[in-house]
Design a protein around this ligand. Structure first.
Ligand SMILES: Cc1ncc(C[n+]2csc(CCOP(=O)(O)OP(=O)(O)O)c2C)c(N)n1
Ligand SMILES: [Mg+2]
Length: 438
């Protein structure tokens, strides 16, 4: 049957005339949004938009140079955010950092070292064939998880993707339960049934650990909705990668976060690569992924993730805004992973050059930078650093021993912890017939 096409009716208001919420960043190099006017929200009276803090310089990521011929990309050395750009702002004086006690600063170092030593220990055993499944290492990105956890107020909730070990340890999960999970043992945090991608600790406000790229974004929205619904003064933080922003669901989330005025911060951990695909090859807009938020009336900004002070200053402010003003925010954080996408990534050195990796390691390693900072401030000595480092190594080795000595999950346990047992107290739910044919 022939179909009649109807022409779209004339829009009442042209899109270009719609006011755009001001951008909370300064150094956007490419065509920033047209003159930002504060949005006149029709429905909502609270949460007046806070104008961008103009003093806060940002260090937009400069990833591997854009290459029209992708094959050549691997040869180019990335130009990360230069130290010069950071020098313009003394982030240590920011309100979120100025009152930090020396012991807290040292504890950040300890947490970053614990994550690194934990993963190095895990890598050793993975390479020996002791673990099944994937192992996505967070090494190089530790400052992001540690900085975030340090800002959580006891009511904030966080959720991330499969690169989840760092966030887990940072929020206070034990190395034993995490290592045992990697080994698939019954003593693991997910009883050995989740593996590397599925660390969870709801009691520590940590909701995993998700293997579906971008899937954690709508789940994070649920956390934010629950906080607002229950009147809890907290925010939800949903981490996602530079690849995950291309998932359609992220756009849906932005729209809904703005509509519902949810207390959520999306933290894009931009490590420059989505598996073996560089940012330059995966995003048409390269200067900033966070700027996509503008199309949804959501605030956004950029910040360097290598320096803990910088991260805390930027993230602390937007978390507070989410908690108190119900303003969602997208914060894009530049960071870098030293290893491949997962340990099984055979091409880890093909889509980026060894020089690029080396440059990040020598110039932008978050642990080295923080050590230097603490030495400069005289809150720790070289010996003090070495002691913390040795303790972290020993703790990781003990965790591996614990995991090796732990029992495997029982066969029956495969039928346990299936959500319908709790949610649907029906006969079918009890017997598992929703999922398994008998
Ligand atoms: C829906 C979906 N599509 C594809 C994949 C395969 N996949 C796993 S990780 C990944 C790349 C994601 O990269 P990014 O978001 O930048 O995170 P990063 O690994 O850098 O932390 C892809 C495509 C998946 N797990 N889920
Ligand atoms: Mg990535």
């Amino acid at each position: 049957m022939a179909r009649t096409l109807s022409l779209p009716s004339k829009p009442k208001q042209s899109a270009s005339k719609k006011a755009v919420r001001p951008v909370v960043t300064k150094k956007v190099t490419k065509a920033p949004a047209k003159a930002s006017k504060p949005v006149k929200r029709e429905v909502v009276k609270k949460a007046p938009v806070k104008k961008a803090a103009p003093k806060k310089a940002v260090t937009p990521r400069k990833t591997a140079p854009i290459s029209k011929a992708p094959a050549k990309a691997a040869k180019a050395v990335a130009k990360p955010a230069s130290p010069a750009s950071k020098a313009s702002t003394d982030w240590s004086k920011d309100p979120f950092n100025a009152k930090l006690k020396p012991a807290e600063k040292v504890s950040f170092l300890r947490e970053m070292l614990r994550i690194r030593r934990f993963e190095q220990q895990a890598l050793k055993h993975y390479n020996n064939g002791a673990m099944g499944g994937f192992l996505h290492l967070y090494i190089g990105q530790e400052s992001v998880a540690v900085g975030t956890a340090s800002l959580m107020n006891g009511q904030d909730e966080i959720i991330t993707a499969y690169r989840d070990h760092g966030h887990a340890l940072a929020v206070g999960m034990g190395m034993n339960e995490c290592m045992a999970e990697l080994f698939g043992k019954g003593t693991g945090c997910s009883k050995g049934k989740g593996g590397s991608m599925h660390f969870f600790a709801p009691d520590k406000h940590y909701w995993g650990g998700h293997g579906i790229v971008g899937g954690q974004a709508p789940l994070g929205m649920g956390l934010a909705f629950a906080l607002k619904y229950k009147g809890i003064k907290g925010c939800a933080i949903a981490f996602l990668g530079d690849g995950a922003v291309n998932q359609g669901v992220f756009s849906e989330c932005l729209n809904m976060a703005a509509l519902f005025e949810l207390p959520i911060v999306f933290v894009i951990e931009n490590n420059g690569y989505s598996m073996g695909t560089s940012l330059e090859r995966s995003s048409a807009i390269r200067h900033s992924l966070a700027s996509r938020a503008e199309g949804f009336d959501v605030d956004w900004s950029l910040c360097g993730g290598f320096d803990l002070y910088e991260l805390r200053a930027n993230l602390g402010a937007v978390m507070e805004k989410a908690r108190t003003k119900f303003r969602p925010h997208v914060l894009e954080v530049s960071t870098y992973r030293y290893y491949g996408h997962s340990v099984a990534d055979a091409n880890a050195k093909k889509y980026r050059s060894p020089e690029e990796i080396e440059r990040y390691k020598t110039e932008f390693d978050p642990i080295t930078l923080w050590e230097k900072q603490l030495l400069k401030e005289k809150v720790i000595t070289e010996d003090g650093i070495e002691k913390i480092n040795s303790e972290a190594k020993a703790e990781a080795a003990t965790a591996a021993e614990f995991a090796i000595a732990s029992p495997w999950p029982s066969e029956e346990s495969i039928f346990e912890d299936i959500y319908h047992e709790v949610d649907h107290q029906t006969e079918a739910g009890q017997t598992g017939r929703h999922f398994f044919s008998e």
